[in-house]
Write a protein that binds this ligand. Structure first.
Ligand code: FAD
Length: 383
C-alpha cells in the first residue's frame, strides 16, 4: 500500500491549509465564545470548491477522492472544530447518502445544490430513545397516502438541521419488518409539517448547530424515498462507515492543533530557569501525542485509501475513528497539562480543542459501539 499523496491530494491539502489559516483560524475563538454559526465561511469554502469536494463534477462537486476529503476535513478541523464538524457532516451525512443511493433525478435536484455549496445538507438518524441501538430506537413513522409520505415523530441531535436545505430522515415505513422496514426519505426544509426545534447548548463545537426536528403530519412527495423501501438501515450503516473516516480526520485535525499549540507554549514558557520543553516530562508528552496522532492519521488514510480503491473499508473506518478520537483526546489532555493553569483558561485555545474533540468519541458510533463492531468483525469474520 502506498500512502504517498498524489500531486492533486497534496495541492488540495495545501490549499485548504492556507484557506483555513487565513479565513478560519482568526475567527475560531470568537465563534466558540459567541455560539455564532459562521454561514459566511461556508460561502467562502463553496467558492474554493470545498463543499462538494469528493463528488463528481456533473453534480457540482470537485471530482476529488476520499483521501482528499479526509485531508480537507483535517485541515478545517485543525482551525475550528465547529466548522470541521459542520463540514464533515455536510459531506458524509448530508451529501453522501444522496450520492450513494439517490436516483439520477434526486442527485440532480438534491445533491447538486449541496455540492455547489448553495446550502448545507443533514441526516437525521438519532431519536430520543437512543442512537447506538438504531434499529431498536427508531419510532418515527412514514405512511404512504396517495402520492405523499406522511411523517410523524421526532429526531434529535441533527447537525445543521436548523439550516439544511434537506434532512434525509430514517423512518419506519413497514413496522412488521423490523430493521428491514426502515427507509430514508428526503425531507426539504420547507416541507409542510416540518418543525425545527431548539438549537442545543453544547459543551463544545459551539458554532455547529445541533437541533431537534419534529415531523407533525409532515408531507413529502412519494418520489423523495431514497433508494428502495426497506433499505434505510443498510443505507445508514454504509453512510456511517464513510462518516467515520470524516470524524477520524476531524479528530486528527483537533489533536494536531493541540499538539502544535503545546510545542509553541513549551518552547516559550520558562520554569526553573529554562524552557519547559527542556524537561523530559514535557518532551515525553509531546513525543507520545505526536506518535499517536501520526498513527491515527495513517489509519484514517488507510480507510480512505481502501474506500477509494472500492475495497471493503468498514472495519478499518471503525478502527480509524476509534483510535483517532481517543488519540486526539489524549493529545488535548496533554496540551492542557503542558499549558498548566493557562491551559484551563479560555484565553488559550487548548481547552476549546479538548471540548470540541470530545464529540468525536461519541458521534457516528461511540467508542463502546465501535469496539463492539471491531471485535465482532474479528471474531466472526476472522479479519
Ligand atoms: C454534537 C452532536 C452531533 C450529532 N449529529 C448527529 C447527526 O447529524 N445525525 C444523527 O442522526 N445523530 C447525530 N448525533 C447523535 C449521535 O450519533 C449519538 O449521540 C450517538 O450515536 C450515541 O447515541 P446516544 O446519544 O443515544 O447514546 P446511547 O445510545 O444512549 O448510549 C449511551 C451510552 O451507552 C453505551 N452503550 C449503548 N449500547 C451499548 C452496548 N451495546 N454496549 C456497550 N455500551 C453501550 C454508549 O456507548 C454510551 O456510552 C450527534 C450527537 C452530538 C452530540
Amino acid at each position: 500500500m502506498d500512502f504517498q499523496l498524489t500531486e492533486e491530494q497534496r495541492a488540495i491539502q495545501e490549499m485548504v491549509h492556507d484557506f483555513a489559516e487565513k479565513e478560519i483560524v482568526p475567527r475560531a475563538s470568537d465563534i466558540d465564545k459567541s455560539d455564532e454559526f459562521p454561514a459566511d465561511v461556508f460561502g467562502k469554502m463553496a467558492a474554493q470548491g470545498l463543499m462538494g469536494l469528493p463528488f463528481p463534477e456533473q453534480y457540482g462537486g470537485g471530482g476529488a477522492d476520499t483521501m482528499s476529503q479526509a485531508l480537507a476535513v483535517e485541515e478545517v478541523s485543525r482551525a475550528s472544530g465547529s466548522i470541521g464538524l459542520t463540514y464533515a457532516a455536510h459531506l458524509s451525512l448530508g451529501c453522501g447518502p444522496i450520492y450513494n443511493f439517490g436516483t439520477e433525478e434526486q442527485k440532480k435536484n438534491w445533491l447538486t445544490p449541496l455540492a455547489k455549496g448553495e446550502a448545507l445538507g443533514a441526516l437525521a438518524l438519532t431519536e430520543a430513545k437512543g442512537g447506538s441501538d438504531l434499529a431498536g430506537s427508531v419510532a418515527i413513522t412514514a405512511a404512504l397516502k396517495g402520492d405523499e409520505w406522511i411523517i410523524n415523530g421526532s429526531k434529535m441531535y441533527v447537525t445543521s438541521g436548523a439550516v439544511a436545505r434537506s434532512i434525509t430522515t430514517l423512518c419506519i415505513t413497514d413496522k412488521s419488518k423490523g430493521h428491514r422496514g426502515l427507509s430514508m426519505i428526503l425531507v426539504p426544509q420547507d416541507a409542510p409539517g416540518l418543525v425545527i426545534g431548539k438549537v442545543e447548548e453544547k459543551m463544545g463545537l459551539h458554532g455547529s448547530l445541533t437541533t431537534q426536528v419534529f415531523f407533525e403530519d409532515c408531507r413529502v412527495p412519494k418520489t423523495n424515498l431514497l433508494g428502495g423501501a426497506g433499505e434505510g438501515f443498510r443505507q445508514a450503516m454504509v453512510t456511517l462507515d464513510g462518516g467515520r473516516i470524516g470524524i477520524g480526520a476531524m479528530a486528527v485535525g483537533l489533536g494536531r492543533a493541540a499538539l502544535e499549540a503545546s510545542i509553541r507554549y513549551a518552547q516559550e514558557r520558562n520554569a526553573f530557569g529554562k524552557p519547559i520543553a527542556d524537561f523530559q516530562a514535557i518532551q515525553w508528552m509531546v513525543a507520545d501525542a505526536s506518535m499517536e496522532l501520526e498513527a491515527a492519521r495513517l489509519m484514517v488514510a488507510k480507510a480512505a485509501w481502501l474506500k477509494d480503491a472500492k475495497e471493503r473499508f468498514s472495519h478499518e473506518a471503525a478502527m480509524a475513528k476509534l483510535f483517532a478520537s481517543e488519540a486526539a483526546d489524549r493529545a488535548c489532555w496533554k496540551a492542557i497539562q503542558i499549558h498548566g493553569g493557562a491551559g484551563y483558561l479560555r484565553d488559550f485555545p487548548v481547552e476549546r480543542f479538548y471540548r470540541d474533540n470530545r464529540l468525536t468519541l461519541i458521534g457516528e458510533g461511540t467508542s463502546e459501539i465501535l469496539r463492539m463492531v471491531i471485535a465482532r468483525n474479528i471474531l466472526k469474520n476472522q479479519i
